[in-house]
Design a protein around this ligand. Sequence first.
Ligand code: 5AD
Ligand code: SF4
Length: 470
Amino acid sequence: MSEIIRISEEELDRQRAWSDAFAALPHRPETYYIVTYGCQMNAHDSEKIAGILESMGMRPASERTQADFVLHNTCCIRDNAERKALGNVTWLKEVRRDRPGMLIGVCGCMVQQPGMAAKLLRQYPFIDLAFGTGNLYRLPELLFRAAESGKRVIDIPAEESTLAESLPIRRSSPFQAYVTIMYGCNNYCSYCIVPYVRGRERSRRSNDILREIEELQRGGVREIMLLGQNVNSYGSGSEEDISFASLLRMIGRTGIERIRFMTSHPKDLSDELIDEMAHNPHILRHFHLPVQSGSNRVLQAMNRRYTREKYLERLSALRAAMPDIGVTTDLIVAFPGETEAEFEDTLSLTEEAQFDSAFTFIYSPRAGTKAAQLPGAIMPEVATERIERLIALQEGITDRILAEQTGKRVNVLVTGHARREDDLLTGKCERNISVNFPGPDECIGSIVPVEITSAKKTTLRGKIIKEQTA
Ligand code: 5AD
Ligand code: SF4
């Protein structure tokens, strides 16, 4: 049984004292800007970091070039995520020529990689502050030390990260909220760096999760997104005897209107979960179920622990229970040794599965993972050609599925104005597809019934359904 390590009240008190000490510094940084890379988990970590910084008396800056403290919350899932972050950090060094005193920080997954502390010290001497994924609760102390001493502070613990309950969170939306239900991952897919940078799987206690959701609901939140690297295995190995399906049942009873979750692993997608989804009116009709490849040989080399047939069977079970569910996926092309025929298996699976949409990636070797040692690297030209074929196939499928939505009635949580068509409102329907439609600003933050009138690339168009009055 894995032990859940919690930050003690004493440690949290100590950090509050550092916060006060920071606020009392005569020439302390006043404003902050966080640049976030990567997944929702990281976006949520940035909300936690912002909450801590504001509890220290700092204010957000509108632009990063104007901030006293710029923090890069990094990702390392693929090489380009890492390069982008390091490129931006280096660019900021130039900006600082005009703004001496600006503090430059990096945190998150990239920083947590083995050997990164030494690399940062050696190759990026202009970084003032670095910390990992599990010690962000110590930010008051670390930032105080950096601001007061003017010396670099690098704090990257090698041990597993700790569960930090009751930290302040600066939520970026008043009606949608992320709720972490578990941290880390035990799956060790052979290509993936996550277990090395986010640690072993640890589930939060259901009581803590429920309390957080009840509080969000009282504050006006309509929709929550439950976060975890592998939410389907929530509770396994924890001191509580609880499954993800039973957690969902309890969350449904809080009365929160809309529940989403990600990410799921096909091997752990149980009938119990499918049944719970089908019967719990609060759970939305969207399932993100990364398949990665359609070839059984490649799936095995990826250590995914399911076959193509098993994946398609789970998909059928989902659709049998919920005919209107939208399924999305992640796909990797050019895994080491992937033959043309194996890639074609991914194409045929994509055709068969009929995903609403897919995130497609070219395999990127990550130091320290099993796959990084495999022979059979695919030539970049071949990898590019494969991903282009895959994207073209998926685009056709997405077009068809979106066109099929015409005439349907959906419920949209209105989140604001459409990005490119500012005169339209926008939000996501149950299937997680964006829907744009005309309507009054007063609708923002509420859930409105919409009839779909047409489809355009990745978004739907619609009109508000006026309630019939007798
Ligand atoms: N190379 C390419 N894609 C990767 N992913 C994870 N690791 C790698 C890698 N080394 C993709 C997977 C995963 C998604 C979050 O990122 O498809 O589901
Ligand atoms: Fe998210 Fe993984 Fe990137 Fe970390 S490395 S930010 S967990 S995608």
